[in-house]
Design a protein around this ligand. Structure first.
Ligand SMILES: *Cc1c(COP(=O)(O)O)cnc(C)c1O
Length: 228
C-alpha cells in the first residue's frame, strides 16, 4: 500500500513538474510521517522515501532510534520551542520551521556544542493568519541579516503553510508570494546564506506549489493514509 502510494505521488510530482516546464529532479519529496508508527515508516524508507518529515520531538527520537540502521534522513517540520532545540539538532538534517532569532540563536549554540553546522529553513507566515507560526514577510530581511551572523546554522531557504482551501488553486498566490520573497531576499546578497529552497505544498496542494516553484513538498496523508 505505502509502496503503491509512494509511486503514485512520485508520478504526480513528475507530471506537475513537467507541466510547469520544470525539471522533476529539482523537487524533493519529504514523506511526512508524524503519528505513523516506526514499522510503517520503515516500509516507506524501504520503498525509497528516504527523507521523513516529523513534527513532534519525543516521537521522532523514538523513530530515529528504531530506524537507525536504515538510510532514513530526518527533517523537522513542526513548531519548535526554543528549549527543545537541543534535541532537534541531534537528529535533524534540515529544520523547516525556524521563525525567530531567539530560536535560531539557540540552534546555533546547540549545533556548536555538537560540532555541527545545522541546515535550516525560515518559516514565513505569508497569509498573516494569527493561528500560523512563521515570521512576517516584513520582518524577514532583518531575521536573515541577524541569523546570517550565526556560524553554526546554515540558511537554505524558506517554508510556508498557506491557508486551507478546498480548491488548491486558491493557494497559488501564497506560494507565489513565497517565491517572490525568495527572489527579493536573494537580491540582497546577504553573506553566508543560500535562499534556494522553497518548502511548500502538502497532500492537498502540492501540484499548485510545484507550479509556483516548490523545491520540497511535504506529503503525509497521500502516502500513509489519513492520520488518527
Ligand atoms: C502534517 C504536515 C504536512 C503533511 O500534511 P498532509 O496533508 O498529510 O500531506 C506538511 N507540512 C506540515 C508542516 C505538517 O505539519
Amino acid at each position: 500500500m505505502i509502496e503503491h502510494n509512494l509511486a503514485a505521488i512520485e508520478e504526480r510530482i513528475r507530471a506537475a513538474a513537467i507541466e510547469s516546464g520544470r525539471d522533476p529532479d529539482e523537487i524533493r519529496l519529504i514523506a511526512v510521517s508524524k503519528t505513523v508508527p516506526a514499522e510503517r515508516v520503515r516500509e516507506a524508507v524501504q520503498a525509497g522515501a528516504h527523507t521523513l518529515g516529523e513534527n513532534y520531538i519525543q516521537e521522532t527520537r523514538e523513530k530515529v532510534e528504531a530506524l537507525k540502521e536504515t538510510p532514513a534522513s530526518w527533517h523537522f517540520i513542526g513548531h519548535l520551542q526554543t528549549n527543545k532545540a537541543k534535541y532537534v539538532v541531534r537528529f535533524a538534517d534540515l529544520i523547516h520551521s525556524v521563525d525567530r532569532i531567539k530560536l535560531a540563536a539557540e540552534l546555533d549554540k546547540q549545533a556548536n556544542k555538537l560540532g555541527k553546522i545545522q541546515p535550516i529553513l525560515i518559516q514565513v507566515n505569508v497569509s498573516g493568519e494569527a493561528t500560523k507560526s512563521g515570521t512576517a514577510p516584513e520582518d524577514l530581511r532583518e531575521l536573515l541579516q541577524e541569523a546570517s551572523q550565526l556560524p553554526n546554522i546554515s540558511i537554505q531557504g524558506f517554508m510556508t503553510l498557506p491557508p486551507f482551501f478546498d480548491d488548491p488553486k486558491r493557494a497559488r498566490p501564497y506560494f507565489r508570494r513565497l517565491a517572490e520573497l525568495r527572489d527579493e531576499m536573494a537580491a540582497l546578497n546577504i553573506e553566508n546564506i543560500s535562499v534556494k529552497e522553497l518548502s511548500m505544498g502538502m497532500t492537498g496542494d502540492f501540484e499548485a506549489a510545484i507550479a509556483e516553484g516548490a523545491t520540497m513538498v511535504r506529503i503525509g496523508t497521500a502516502i500513509f493514509g489519513a492520520r488518527a
